[in-house]
Design a binder for this molecule. Structure first.
Ligand SMILES: Nc1nc2c(c(=O)[nH]1)N[C@H]1C(S)=C(S)[C@@H](COP(=O)(O)O)O[C@H]1N2
Ligand SMILES: [Mo]
Length: 165
């Protein structure tokens, strides 16, 4: 009995050492966004950290398999997140800041590409954002929102990473 108690204690101690809420009850990873690749400061932001950042709001008609929906999404701009990570410009001469591309990937591996010129406020300045709220209500997941896309195929569900190239 004493030995069994000791084993239970060891088991509880190792469970307590696990990172908090790495997964939800369904075994899905907790929402978090890693920004990595060709950047000086790669980092991973939790949903709470993203919710605490300055946010933009976009209103749009989103076309999915279930039809057209008018939605309002709120969250930090992709431009702000990528700038904070400090992209490392490519070494070939001239203004190479516009060479960067970004691969946005969901937890399921689904990935879409964007270019820095799409989101640079001095270029197209598109309000691409990482939504943490929908119609004013916080949501427990991350979604990439690309205003202006006719079809919502770049609206990456359960966004997990942004890889800067
Ligand atoms: N992670 C992930 N995001 C995704 C997809 C996917 O397969 N995986 N499909 C895309 C496509 S093709 C569409 S049309 C929309 C559908 O959005 P919905 O699932 O909210 O209806 O999600 C997009 N985002
Ligand atoms: Mo789609």
């Amino acid at each position: 009995m004493a030995r069994a108690g000791w084993l239970v204690g060891l088991l509880l101690a190792s469970l307590a050492a696990l990172p908090a809420a790495a997964q939800d009850a369904a075994g899905k990873p907790a929402p978090a966004l890693s920004i990595a690749g060709r950047v000086e400061h790669p980092r991973t932001l939790t949903l709470a950290e993203l919710q605490a950042m300055p946010a933009a709001t976009v209103e749009m008609d989103s076309t999915t398999s279930t039809g057209v929906q008018h939605v309002k999404y709120t969250g930090p701009l992709l431009w702000t997140l990528v700038q904070a990570a400090k992209p490392v410009d490519h070494p070939s001469g001239g203004n190479t800041a516009l060479q960067h591309t970004m691969l946005a990937r969901g937890q399921d591996g689904y990935a879409v590409a964007l270019s820095i010129g799409e989101i640079d406020p001095r270029m197209e300045g598109k309000q691409v954002l990482v939504a943490v709220a929908r119609d004013g209500q916080p949501v427990p997941y991350l979604r990439l929102v690309v205003p202006g896309d006719v079809h919502a195929a770049r609206s990456v569900r359960d966004l997990a990473s942004i890889e800067v190239h």
